[in-house]
Design a protein around this ligand. Structure first.
Ligand SMILES: [Zn+2]
Length: 682
């Protein structure tokens, strides 16, 4: 039996394992603070002195290089907890045990479990029994102090950073388009191509007002966008790639491009699973914001205007619905401009396929429905409204026509020049690379054949790339020039004199048409009434005008039979059977609801569907008799009745298209009685 060297160590402790937990927060500490690691391993001998045999001592060092701030990512600490919980541990050893966990929650959990499983704790200062109140109190205090220490260190570091940032001296990673010069000042990237691309980016956003439109413009024109690499090996290198929407938004939101120095733009928070989440803070909450700190691509005012613009689209997209949306490709002219006259929110545009027609524009107010689950405010087909707006624009625009067209033309011209410049820069860059490859090849020692061959290959591939870039440039340039040649310009100018022609020109896209409307109209409030749709138009500058257009008919209303036709059928049934009525009404030019020529069967259907009294009922009500009744009264067979009507001895009226008859009532003095008596005598 081993002699017990410490009264706190009992035989039941020695029956279980001793766990030595070793940790250094960062990989750097692991390398630089080897002394500390050595001291941690030295604890192993303490365990042996206390009576644990070497095979019962387990070293857990899988957390080397892991921070103690949270237990989530530390597999070794998790394992330690598990072993203690499973009652496998007699003692836990650590250099400063409170540093086992730099977070009170983890620390107290460990203490609690050690108390429950009667596990001892040992550090350089001494041996503790968590079941003993005084020891537990001391351990608890140590844990609290340790956490406080960590807190103080972090806040000192953070305070230092913030102070440095407040003076603008904290060096931060520079976004694409910026570099540090030799004096550590932030300057624009000297690479002209990078600068041009970023300038074009902001100009395009300024013109179109939409990040998506910028993206589409870059894609359509085949322009690549620069990105600075952040990864260590190629840090700072610029790569050219297609512009991505997230990237476009990041650049627009980044105050750096407006020459501002900002720190603390995001808030980092720990999630329930231990991982960090990052959220963009509102501008008013930024820790540091120094405007006009360095050269930028846009002004601060421009940056704020861009933010407002982005926010507008954001609200509109996410159902705030109080703002305009940018013009899109669909044909509905009032997209983004229509306001619901019932609830005051923006109306959405939908395109439906109905009864053989495709892309029927429909204006719908879904706000109340989507937000609160109410019924749709209103919804109607937009043809009538669009037509009325077109007429209005044509009337309103004549004196302004020249101005509008010139603006369109100027924009095309400007766009072409910007794009051409940037495409040319792309060619220049490939040319520079080819020249560089050539120089490298020329300078190499011809005896060094392997290197020379490699350099020659490189030169060749650069030349191929240059050729391709040149061809591409010429192709795109010619394609664009077609749009705004002299002839085209004259055409546009000629069109300007005649706005309606410009409006209907098939070369003008729906989007451009809508852009034109936006030059003139601020918004249109629509209210669907019983018979028509009221349109309150608000022009730019505040003038207003109210128009109305007939309410579009529903399909069932459209194919409904003309009420006049029904009235005529009702009248004619007094004297005519259905096929005669059809003839009469066809001569008068009536058609069925679906536009068909009238027939006896159709008239019969209309009579029945509209619950008009049939000719049979009308005659019956006048006391007319069917053939069978007449035969009964006269005491003869139906054949005779038919025969006598043919001979004109009885008066019958045809009541349907099957040539069936109703007979006038037979009084006592009716001449037919004589015939009947004669017949009976025979
Ligand atoms: Zn509404």
């Amino acid at each position: 039996m081993v002699a017990l060297t410490n009264p706190k160590v009992k035989p039941e402790h020695l029956k279980r394992n001793a766990y030595l937990y070793i940790r250094q927060s960062t990989a750097r500490q692991v390398l630089e603070h080897q002394e500390s690691t050595k001291r941690q391993y030295a604890l192993e001998s303490r365990a042996r002195e206390l009576g644990w045999s070497p095979d019962r001592i387990v070293v857990i060092d899988s957390d080397l290089g892991q921070s103690g701030v949270s237990a989530v990512d530390r597999k070794g600490f998790q394992r330690l907890i598990t072993e203690v919980t499973m009652d496998n541990a007699g003692i836990v050893l650590g250099l400063e045990v409170s540093r086992l966990a730099r977070n009170n929650y983890d620390w107290h959990r460990l203490l609690e479990i050690c108390g429950l499983t009667n596990t001892l704790i040992l550090d350089e200062d001494g041996l503790y029994d968590p079941c003993d109140f005084n020891d537990r109190l001391l351990l608890g205090l140590k844990g609290t102090m340790s956490e406080a220490e960590l807190h103080i260190i972090t806040s000192r570091l953070r305070g230092g950073r913030i102070n440095k940032a407040k003076r603008g001296e904290l060096k931060m990673c520079q976004p694409t388009g910026f570099v540090f010069d030799n004096n550590n000042n932030i300057v624009l990237d000297p690479d002209k191509q990078v600068q041009e691309a970023i300038h074009l980016f902001f100009e395009t956003f300024h013109r179109t007002g939409s990040s998506m439109a910028v993206l589409k413009h870059f894609r359509k024109e085949g322009i690549l966008f620069p990105r600075k690499l952040r990864a260590k090996a190629r840090k700072g290198e610029i790569v050219w790639e297609p512009l991505h929407h997230t990237r476009a938004l990041n650049i627009l939101h980044n105050p750096h491009y407006a020459g501002a120095y900002a720190y603390g733009k995001s808030r980092y928070r720990k999630c329930a699973d231990g991982h960090m989440s990052c959220k963009r803070r509102d501008k008013s909450e930024w820790t540091v914001l120094l405007k006009d700190f360095h050269e930028g691509y846009i002004s601060w005012e421009q940056y704020e205007a861009n933010e407002r613009q982005l926010n507008t689209w954001y609200l509109a997209r996410t159902g705030g619905c109080k703002q305009k949306t940018p013009p899109r490709e669909g044909p509905a002219l009032l997209q983004g401009l229509a306001i619901c006259g019932i609830c005051g929110n923006r109306m959405a545009v939908e395109y439906r396929n109905s009864y053989g027609r495709q892309n029927v524009p429909t204006y719908t107010c879904r706000y109340a429905h989507l937000s609160y689950g109410f019924k749709l405010c209103q919804s109607f087909v937009g043809y009538g409204v669009d037509k009325a707006i077109t007429e209005l624009i044509k009337d309103a625009v004549t004196p302004m026509a020249l101005k509008v067209t010139l603006k369109v033309y100027d924009e095309l011209q400007q766009r072409f020049e910007e794009t051409d410049k940037i495409r040319h820069l792309q060619v220049e860059r490939t040319k520079y690379e080819a020249d560089l490859a050539q120089r490298r090849y020329m300078q190499v020692d011809p005896d060094n054949r392997l290197v020379a061959e490699n350099l020659e290959d490189d030169w060749n591939s650069k030349l191929v790339a240059l050729n391709k870039a040149k061809q591409n440039y010429e192709k795109l340039r010619q394609a664009d020039q077609l749009i705004i040649s002299k002839q085209k310009r004259d055409e546009i100018l000629a069109l300007a004199k005649d706005f309606p022609k410009l409006w209907q020109n098939p070369n003008i896209s729906n989007r451009d048409r809508k852009q034109m409307i936006r030059l003139i109209i601020e918004d249109v409030t629509l209210i669907k009434g019983d018979k028509d749709i009221a349109m309150h138009v608000r022009f730019k500058g505040g003038a207003t005008k109210t128009l109305s257009t007939p309410k579009p008919l529903r399909y069932c209303d459209k194919i409904r039979t003309d009420p006049e036709l029904i009235r005529q059928i009702d009248q004619l049934l007094d004297h005519h059977v259905t096929h005669e009525i059809a003839d009469i009404l066809n001569r008068k030019g009536f058609k069925s609801g679906t536009g068909k020529v009238l027939t006896g069967a159709l008239i019969f259907d209309m009579q029945r569907n509209n619950r008009i009294k049939s000719r049979f009922r009308r005659l019956k009500e006048k006391g007319f008799l069917v053939q069978k009744e007449v035969a009964k009264i006269l005491g003869t067979c139906e054949h005779n009745v038919w025969y006598w009507r043919e001979r004109g001895w009885l008066t019958g009226h045809v009541y349907n298209d099957k040539n069936q008859y109703l007979f006038e009532p037979i009084g006592k003095n009716h001449p037919i009685w004589e015939r009947v008596q004669k017949l009976n005598k025979k």
